[in-house]
Write a protein that binds this ligand. Structure first.
Ligand code: GLA
Ligand code: ZN
Length: 715
């Protein structure tokens, strides 16, 4: 964890030097304006390879030196990037096959970014050289505090490539994984459609094909693509560490992006960063979930390396955010564990493909509303940063996010509602709206890139609405610290995950397994046993069969033993369960399987510890999870930070000694009243407040207290 809050912007001095008549003289004005906004850090050079190495092995750091000197002179620290997402024109001209090949066999055109194939030996070697030259040159510069590797690995569909280098590398990867062709044929079940391989060189890349490919083949290709970029990433990290051992190294991730296994990709980093944009359909809850996912990757505080300041240029409609947006999003990030906030971008570009993307300054150099809000935060942080030191989010509930399972879902969604319905212009068909056309329904939380978050959003949103902090973590993490573990989509089970979950429940934990859990083995084949396969020992119940619900067909659950007799709407997926002695919590209300079990609970009393496993055989929105949480959370001893009206998010950062910094974030367009357990001093304004507190639309209130001293109070 860094010992202060870093606050700054993403800056491209090379662009302004070319675009403005005053040239480099502009840098000083920019640096002054950054300081006026209270900034202390600037990220530089992630796309500047062509300017840093204009000809092969001719390096020109002179312009970057001058830019860094200006920033340094203004007391601004620098995060430098390895510029490897943009191989320069000379490199692509000399070796056109550095550019990736798509699944349909088309080579990407040069001249933009992210076209490089990480398995191409020359792209790798030139990436190594430019990174090494740069880090050697800047390792001891007093302004440089850390490094960002590359930029958004996997962006623009670049995680997977189908070139001949990748073909060779894939076969080598498979040989290392399986050792023998017999083992591979067995693992993939290649007897289906007579696919049995007698030579490694016969194994194809899973390019576009006449019929659907073998899901085991596809899953291994996903893993291979992810490993490819992990290895490329680790190559850069190793160079940076060797030459610059005392600086931090981070990478800017893309939230719920699913093509790369972020747990693997980030293993060697000091902390992760991510780029926080309010794409079409994002909601305060989905952004909160993304922060918690980012925190959960290394279970450590993180940075927002690109924080949106106005319009973006790549979503479906790109509206101008309302006043207060930048400040609210910034405090939301800090609340969820950000120790660095860096705004993208300093000034709106005059040239290039992102001209319609806002900056803190507009294209004409005027301060925008975003700048004014950043400036306000800059002055507020002077007071707040010391209070946030050595604090981080603390959760008693974990949601498990597993990349193999997400890939298995994408490979075989089995219903078009769970398909990745994203076209090239980022228009998204929302599986949730297909189920519930009521625009005010809680299903609406799962819009935008919902398919990427599905079905993680539903339990998360329910907990977020209750102001209960959540950690989103890998299934193999240490789960013993959580009172409840929710695995909404654990379709595929690796042996280590089975062990981890068994240990967790036997240790007294409460486990919630969602639909399709334990259907697949680690090779993406069905287990030859009833679902949830090796987890049946924990659930006792098993799945007799599943039904898939078309968009206009919903279903209702009844809860025979609950005090709340209301039915709950579900959709998309309905499994009929054999309870096998487990307690039936909910049954289906309608149709030909009315009365059959939909949700069960099995309590395991082992070695004196009391654990339980809830099996949830259907998909639903947050309301479904609210019903479950009503039943479970009280007994599990999980409390909200504070009860607050819907629309007001409550989040906290906690120090080791229990000192707690509580954030109230009003995401709604109206004022609310919140009842506090005690009087507070607002750390932003210094004002004292009584227990009944008004929070205006879009406003933020932050106060300190002791974790244990603040039980939930109803409003
Ligand atoms: C990404 C990239 C940036 C820029 C922004 C635009 O996050 O990292 O270079 O393209 O998107 O929103
Ligand atoms: Zn390739």
């Amino acid at each position: 964890m860094v010992a202060m809050i870093y606050f700054g912007c993403d800056y491209y001095p090379e662009q302004w030097r070319q675009w403005l008549e005053e040239g480099e003289a502009r840098w000083k004005t920019d640096a002054q304006l950054m300081r006026e906004a209270g900034m202390n850090v600037v990220r530089l050079a992630e796309f500047a390879w062509g300017l840093l190495e204009p000809e092969p092995d001719h390096f020109d750091f002179t312009w970057l030196d001058r830019a860094i000197d200006v920033l340094h002179h203004h007391d601004l620290k620098v995060v430098l990037c390895t510029p490897t997402p943009t191989p320069p024109p000379w490199l692509l001209a000399e070796h056109p096959d550095i550019a990736q090949v798509t699944a349909s066999g088309r080579r990407q055109g040069p001249g933009t970014r992210r076209e490089g194939c990480a398995n191409h030996p020359i792209y790798r070697e030139r990436s190594r050289i430019i990174s090494q030259e740069m880090v050697r040159y800047y390792a001891d510069h007093p302004a440089v505090i850390g490094w960002q590797t590359d930029n958004e690995f996997g962006c623009h569909d670049s995680a997977y490539c189908y070139c001949r280098h990748c073909e060779r590398a894939f076969r080598t990867w498979l040989a290392a994984r399986y050792g023998s062709l017999e083992a591979l044929n067995q693992a993939w079940g290649t007897a289906f459609w007579g696919e049995v391989y007698a030579d490694w060189d016969l194994i194809p890349l899973p390019s576009l094909s006449a019929a659907e490919r073998n899901p085991s083949h596809l899953l291994d290709f996903r893993r291979f693509g992810s490993d490819t970029w992990r290895d490329f990433h680790n190559m850069e990290i190793e160079i940076l560490r060797r030459h610059c051992p005392h600086h931090f190294i981070t990478h800017n991730l893309m939230g719920f992006f699913m093509d790369l296994d972020y747990y693997d990709l980030c293993q060697e980093l000091d902390f992760v960063s991510w780029d926080n944009y309010h794409y079409h359909g994002a909601t305060p809850a989905t952004i909160a979930a993304t922060h918690d996912h980012m925190w959960g990757i290394l279970q450590r505080n993180f940075w927002v390396m690109e924080q949106q300041v106005g319009q973006i240029n790549w979503s479906a409609y790109n509206p101008m955010p309302a006043p207060g947006f930048v400040r609210l999003k910034t405090y939301q990030a800090l609340a969820h564990g950000a120790d660095g906030i860096v705004y993208f971008r300093w000034r709106q570009a005059l040239a290039g493909s992102e001209q319609y993307h806002s900056g803190l300054l507009d294209h004409a150099g005027r301060k925008t509303a975003g700048y004014a809000e950043a400036q306000q935060i800059g002055s507020e942080l002077a007071r707040l940063a010391p209070v946030l030191e050595a604090t981080q989010p603390q959760a008693e509930i974990a949601i498990l996010l597993d990349y193999d399972s997400r890939w298995a879902l994408e490979i075989q969604p089995h219903t078009t509602c769970l398909r990745a319905n994203v076209d090239a212009t980022y228009t998204v068909v929302n599986p949730a709206t297909l189920v519930d056309p009521d625009a005010t329904g809680s299903w609406q939380y799962m819009i935008g890139r919902a398919w990427q978050m599905w079905p993680f959003a539903a339990p998360y949103v329910a907990l977020w609405e209750r102001n209960i902090p959540v950690a989103i973590v890998a299934p193999e993490s240490d789960l013993s610290r959580y009172k409840v573990v929710c695995a909404p989509f654990l379709n595929l089970l690796r042996p280590a995950v089975v062990e981890a979950l068994r240990g967790y429940v036997h240790g007294g934990g409460t486990l919630i397994l969602g639909p399709r859990a334990g259907l697949k083995d680690q090779h993406n084949k069905l287990f030859p046993m009833p679902q949830p396969g090796p987890l049946s020992e924990l659930t006792s119940a098993s799945v007799r069969f599943f039904d898939v619900l078309e968009p206009n067909r919903t279903h209702r659950l009844v809860w025979p033993h609950a005090s709340d007799l209301r039915a709950t709407e579900i959709g998309l997926w309905a499994e009929v369960l054999d309870a096998n002695g487990a307690e039936v919590l909910a049954t289906y209300e309608q149709g030909w399987y009315a009365g059959e079990a939909a949700i069960t609970r099995h309590r395991a009393v082992l070695d004196g510890a009391r654990g339980q496993t809830i099996y949830l055989g259907c998909m639903g929105g947050p309301q479904l999870y609210h019903r479950l949480f009503d039943l479970l959370l009280g007994d599990a001893g999980v409390e909200p930070i504070l009860a607050a009206p819907a629309g007001v998010e409550v989040m906290a950062r906690v120090a080791r000694d229990g000192r707690r910094v509580v954030f109230l974030l009003n995401h709604a367009q109206r004022e609310f009243y919140v009842t506090l357990p005690h009087e507070i001093t607002d750390l932003l304004t210094g004002l004292q407040h009584g227990r009944r507190l008004s929070i205006a639309a879009g406003q933020v209130i932050i106060y300190e207290d002791q974790a244990a001293a603040a039980p939930a109070t109803p409003t």
